[in-house]
Design a protein around this ligand. Structure first.
Ligand code: B4P
Length: 190
């Protein structure tokens, strides 16, 4: 199985690049952000609880997102592999993911970490906010909070995967096409 963690700060291009990689490598796309937004649209209790947290740019609780990912893994027993997009975001999530995959006798193949400067992230997210309707993309202070959450709680996961010899860092500035080519060549070398 090919199991990839697509990693990077908010606006680094995780969702954008995932959509290309799922077709090329025939993988199941698991985006915790998309799943949470689906719960909000469906008006579930979980969605209502998550909405206020996401609108502030804070992280949703580990317990909620780990349970969501566990259910999605169980629902896709015959997958060729998975792209984890926006998950894990904390050490507790990364440890839980390793345990869930071990139960299925598989593991993470690689973490692909996209590197983009803060100024470019803010520009991209404000531009998306103009037509996405996402509350968390429309305000510079909220975007800055998301970047701070990333730096404090999520960026340390690079060390977690580096210790397992699974970290590849990729420059995430430039054209979407060029970045996709760089990601493809790293995956081909796994
Ligand atoms: P996510 O949905 O994961 O959103 P994101 O970090 O903003 O990245 P996204 O994938 O959407 O953006 P992309 O870089 O593709 O998280 C949203 C919220 O959900 C979090 O703040 C948190 O509250 C909650 N959440 C999600 N997962 C969680 C977890 N595991 N634990 C706890 N909480 C969780 O694209 C951004 C924009 O840039 C797009 O408009 C795109 O077109 C553009 N772009 C992409 N590549 C570009 C390029 N090369 N050049 C120019 N523009 C580019």
């Amino acid at each position: 199985m090919l199991n990839l963690v697509l990693f990077g700060p908010p606006g680094a291009g995780k969702g954008t690049q995932s959509n290309r990689l799922i077709d090329k490598f025939n993988l199941v796309h698991l985006s915790t952000g998309d799943i949470l937004r689906g719960e909000i649209i469906a008006g579930t209790n979980l969605g209502m609880e998550a909405k206020a947290i996401m609108d502030r740019g804070d992280l949703v609780s580990d317990e909620i997102v780990i349970a969501m990912i566990s259910a999605k893994l169980d629902n896709n027993p015959n997958a060729n592999g998975f792209i984890f997009d926006g998950f894990p975001r904390t050490t507790a999530q990364a440890t839980a993911l390793d345990d869930l995959l071990e139960e299925k006798r598989t593991s993470i193949s690689a973490m692909l970490s996209l590197k983009v400067e803060d100024e470019e992230l803010i520009k991209r997210l404000l531009a998306r906010g103009e037509d996405s309707g996402r509350a968390d993309d429309q305000n510079k202070d909220i975007i800055t909070n998301r970047i701070n959450e990333y730096n404090n709680k999520t960026a340390p996961l690079k060390e977690f995967y580096a210790a397992q010899n699974k970290l590849s860092e990729i420059e995430g500035a430039g054209s979407i096409e060029d970045i996709a080519l760089k990601l493809n060549s790293v995956i081909d070398s796994i």
